[in-house]
Design a protein around this ligand. Structure first.
Ligand SMILES: C[S@@+](CC[C@H](N)C(=O)[O-])C[C@H]1O[C@@H](n2cnc3c(N)ncnc32)[C@H](O)[C@@H]1O
Length: 301
């Protein structure tokens, strides 16, 4: 939290877009720092998150506005709400503690609820739809690419064999099944962690949303405005790092070309060579902050 506020530097009169407002914790801190007239537009795809944010932000009156929307289109949403340009954009990726704790959403391999994993309840396909219908090849690809699961092929093959007799319905059922199939184990994490991460990314289109959201955020920032992104796993952080690297270069031509033909101009100045990590006091208070990696960049004129 301290690093996000130091990066965004919220100030009186500023306009801030929180693309993942969740329970409104960061949003409230931004509004407190930008008294008395700073404003915030908070987006979330999850109505449960927005309800929590509405309660948390009610004390700020019309300085806070909440919209159910995907941050992938934050530029369109900001324009429609007469909220451009903005002085700062925050994307705090992943899921909120409220979502993770809700057994009915099926995010955890211990959840006894349906194997769902949709952050946006209006999405068509759940994790159960993917697990019970995708080909073995596609499952293997998702587990390998999004979960970096070393036993992707073995797990995918076992799932396909088992579902022919008995469909997967609940999250804990899949969690136990994957744990039983895997040969190698790391003591520090549950054996199903990578497969669950992969399914969650696939269900919610997380990487594609992030790529679109970063580009959309850059379009609505005013020169000097800041973009802060908190990632929770290496795939997300790599996507942010690559976007920042590309957007901070004046030329993105392949290295073998003798002269520049791309016409690309740097749009960002990167403020963090390496991602910032939460201070140990914050991790003590909130253990999930342990894996958070924060990158910050400033829009160039
Ligand atoms: C880690 S939480 C944010 C917590 C928030 N910063 C706070 O202080 O309470 C991430 C939130 O982003 C939402 N989310 C995930 N993907 C999204 C997307 N593509 N567009 C909008 N919201 C998204 C989730 O529903 C969740 O509520």
């Amino acid at each position: 939290m301290a690093e996000v506020l130091a990066g965004l530097e919220p100030r009186d009169g500023g306009r801030y877009l929180d693309g993942t407002v969740g329970a409104g914790g960061h949003a409230a801190a931004i509004l407190e720092r930008s008294v008395p007239t700073g404003r915030l537009l908070g987006l979330d795809v999850d109505p449960a998150g927005l309800a929590a944010a509405a309660a948390e932000l009610a004390r700020f009156g019309d300085r806070a506005r909440l919209v159910r929307a995907n941050f992938a289109t934050c530029d369109v949403v900001a324009s429609a709400n007469d909220f451009v340009p903005v002085d700062g954009v925050l994307l705090d990726l992943g899921l909120s503690s409220i979502q993770l704790a809700d057994e009915e959403r099926g995010f955890s391999f211990r959840a006894r609820g349906p194997l769902d994993m949709r952050a946006d309840p209006d999405l068509r396909d759940t994790a159960a739809d993917i697990v019970n219908s995708w080909s073995e090849r596609d499952l293997r690809g998702v587990f390998a690419e999004y979960g970096e699961e070393p036993e992707a092929g073995r797990v995918a093959a076992a799932i396909v064999r088992r579902r022919a007799k008995d469909r997967f319905e609940t999250a804990d059922e899949l969690g136990r099944f994957v744990a039983g199939v895997k040969l190698r184990r790391r003591r520090s994490i549950d054996p199903a962690t990578n497969v669950f991460q992969a399914l969650r990314i696939a269900v919610n289109g997380e990487i594609a949303n992030l790529e679109r959201g970063l580009a959309a955020a850059l379009r609505i920032l005013r020169p000097g405005g800041r973009l802060a992104v908190i990632s929770f796993h290496s795939l997300e952080d790599r996507t942010v790092k690559r976007f920042f690297a590309r957007e901070s270069r004046d030329c993105i031509c392949p290295p073998h070309l003798p002269t520049c033909v791309c016409g690309h101009r740097a749009g960002l100045r990167v403020g963090t060579r390496r991602p910032l990590r939460a201070a140990s006091a914050e991790v003590d208070r909130n253990p999930r902050a342990r894996s958070a990696a924060l990158r910050i960049a400033e829009k160039l004129p």
